[in-house]
Design a protein around this ligand. Structure first.
Ligand SMILES: [Zn+2]
Length: 188
């Protein structure tokens, strides 16, 4: 899935080379300019920092138009004890993700992380119970550990970030994606 990004780089390289030979009269913006860094910060992520890194790698591998890296604080990763995991998107690619430590013992922490980051990347919830769908969240049950977006979900993220005038994802808080199993909840 890295091919699209590589091809963009090659295209940009070709454009640069052509420009160097004076073959390109119009200074067109290369497609590679669409790749946007989504800078996340794990300084407050505690034991979930490594999951954030893994989730970033997954999103980088599945998309062509974003590059997640620890290059700033557009996306802060936090964790908490109780209250539920959620994502608070302030705008596309910006906001915070909060991982509930207890929920991460019931559900796959990597799936939670990748899902919540999906909200920051502009995806809504899709509680259809299908484990192959990342944004189905906890509706797929605690046995679902799939941390990968479907091809449709990845394509949607690419569309969100595709143009120079990027999709204006509205701000919002996405919570309640990981309902507490009754048996576990009763123990708390
Ligand atoms: Zn969600």
């Amino acid at each position: 899935m890295r091919l699209p990004k590589l091809s963009r780089v090659l295209a940009a390289l070709a454009a640069t080379t052509m420009a160097a030979f004076g073959a390109v009269a119009v200074e067109a913006t290369p497609a590679s300019a669409a790749i946007r860094n989504v800078c996340y910060n794990t300084s407050q992520a505690g034991p979930f920092a490594s999951y954030a890194n893994q989730a970033a790698t997954i999103w980088n591998n599945y998309t062509a138009n974003i590059n997640m890296a620890q290059c700033g604080s557009n996306l802060m990763i936090y964790y908490t004890y109780g209250g539920g995991s959620y994502a608070q998107r302030t705008s596309l690619g910006n906001g915070r993700v909060v991982i509930d430590y207890y929920q991460a013992q019931q559900y796959s922490p990597l799936r939670i992380m990748t899902h919540e980051i999906g909200h920051i990347l502009g995806l809504p919830d899709n509680y259809n119970g299908n484990c192959a769908i990342l944004m189905s969240g906890g509706s797929a049950g605690t046995s679902c550990t799939n941390p990968y977006p479907s091809s449709a979900e990845a394509a949607q993220v690419d569309r969100n970030f595709a143009s120079t005038v990027r999709t204006a994802a509205t701000s919002g808080v996405f919570s309640g994606s990981w309902p507490a199993p009754a048996a576990v909840g009763a123990n708390r």
